[in-house]
Design a protein around this ligand. Sequence first.
Ligand SMILES: *Cc1c(COP(=O)(O)O)cnc(C)c1O
Ligand code: SF4
Length: 335
Amino acid sequence: MSAPDRILHTEKDWQSQLRNVLTSRDRLLRELHLSPADVSPTYGSDENFPLKVPVSFVRRMRRGNPRDPLLLQVLSTHDEDLEVPGYARDPLDENSDTIPRRGIIHKYQGRALLIVSGACAVHCRYCFRRHFPYQENRNSLKQWHDALHYIRSNHSIEEVILSGGDPLSVTDNHLHQLIADIAAIPHVKRLRIHTRLPVVIPARVTDSLLNAIAHQELQIVMVLHCNHANEIDTAVVAAIDALLQRRITVLNQAVLLRNINDSVDAQLALHRRLFASGVQPYYLHLLDKVHGAAHFDVPEKTARNIMQSLTAQLPGYMVPKLAREVPGEHSKRVL
Ligand SMILES: *Cc1c(COP(=O)(O)O)cnc(C)c1O
Ligand code: SF4
C-alpha cells in the first residue's frame, strides 16, 4: 500500500484535536446513533479516569453498531465497578524498588522508562495505568534533573523509554529538550517512545515533532499501540509513513481484549494492515489484571489458540509475540 500524502499539520491543529474530546457517554452514543439500552449500563465511580475519547477517534467507529471494537475500548460501563479476586490497583507492583527517582521506572536490564506525562488523548478502559500515582511521578521540564542524573551515572542503561500516560501529549519543546539531554549521555544508544497518539490523533505527527525526536546520536524506535484494524485509516497510514521516512523503526503492541480483537480474523486483519502500513509487530499482551478491567480478559488458552492460527496463516515476520507481564520477573514473559 502506498502512503497517502500527508497533510502538514501544526502544533495548534493537534492541540485543538486533543481538546476536541467527548466525555459524555450520552453524547458519544448519540454520535453513533445508539441508545443507552443498546450497550452495557453506565457506572459512576471512577472520577480519576472518566470517559474520554477524541472526536478524531470517534469518526472511525461504525454508526449503529453497539459492539464496535473501537467503541468498546473507550465506553465506561458498570463492569468496571466489580471487585474481582486477583484484580489489583497496582497489578505490576511498581513501587519504590523499581522507581529509583521521581519519574523513572528501572525494572529491566539496560532499559530505563521515563514517565513523561500522566495524560492520554484517550482513556482506554482496560489500561493498567489507570490507578498509577502520576501526580507523584510527573516531572516538569525542570524536574527531570534527578532522573537524568540517575541515567547518567548508571552505565548499564543503553536504552531510554519515554512512556506515560502518553509521552507525545507534552509539547514539542518539552520533548526536544528532554531528548537532547538524553542524547548527550554517551552510553545511551537508543530512544524508544511508547505512544498511542499517532493512532488516536495522527495529526500529532508534525514536522516539528519529527525534528524534536529524530537525533543523530540515537537510534529511535517508536512502539505504537493499536488494537484493531479499524483504527488505521489513511491519516494514520500517512503519519506512520512520515515516521518511517525519518528512519524511525515503527513497531506495534496490542492488548488482547475480549469482544474487541479476540478472534483469529481480527488479529489477521490487524497484523496485515499494520504491515501494509510499514509497521512491524512487537507484543500482543495478555491483559494486566487491573481492577476494573476483568471483563476484557481473554483466557490464556484462547490466546494460545489464536496465536497458533496466526502462526499457521501469516509469514513469521507478521506474527507478534504473545506476552504477559509478571511482577518481579526480569523481563516480560513470552508465552
Ligand atoms: C515493558 C517495559 C520495558 C520494556 O520491555 P521490553 O521487553 O524491552 O519491551 C521496560 N521497562 C518497563 C518498566 C516496562 O514495563
Ligand atoms: S493510551 Fe495507553 S496509557 Fe493511555 S489510557 Fe490508553 S492504554 Fe493507557
